[in-house]
Design a protein around this ligand. Structure first.
Ligand code: ZN
Length: 114
């Protein structure tokens, strides 16, 4: 099965990129969450009864957390180290992270000093 990829450009070095993960969960993920919840409920029905359905929010949060971390890891540019999520939070910190990345990877793109 071919993974769906979103094509974009890095905002800093303008290198073409392909993102594997989207920002939100897909309908397939929600289906997996439902299947996992029903399976968990079936396995623990003799012990927890219908309260096993309360595993739904925990499984959902787990899926969201894993998906968000994969998305954020995917979003960071592998060529210049630019991370848009850091840029949105703190521009100076994002700049420091890019400079640190470029110091550790000297073969990366060159930028003019402003
Ligand atoms: Zn870049």
């Amino acid at each position: 099965m071919k993974k769906s990829m979103r094509e974009c450009f890095c905002a800093l070095c303008s290198t073409p990129r392909k993102l594997r993960y989207s920002r939100h969960l897909s309908s397939l993920h929600y289906f997996q969450i439902l299947i996992l919840t029903v399976s968990f409920m079936a396995l623990t029905f003799s012990w927890l009864g219908w309260r096993g359905f309360m595993s739904l929010p925990m499984i959902w949060v787990l899926f969201e957390g894993i998906h968000k971390s994969l998305y954020r890891k995917d979003l960071k540019c592998p060529f210049c180290g630019f991370d848009p999520t850091w840029y949105k939070k703190d521009v100076k910190l994002a700049r420091e992270k890019v400079e640190e990345f470029l110091r550790q990877n000297p073969g990366g793109p060159k930028f003019k000093k402003v």
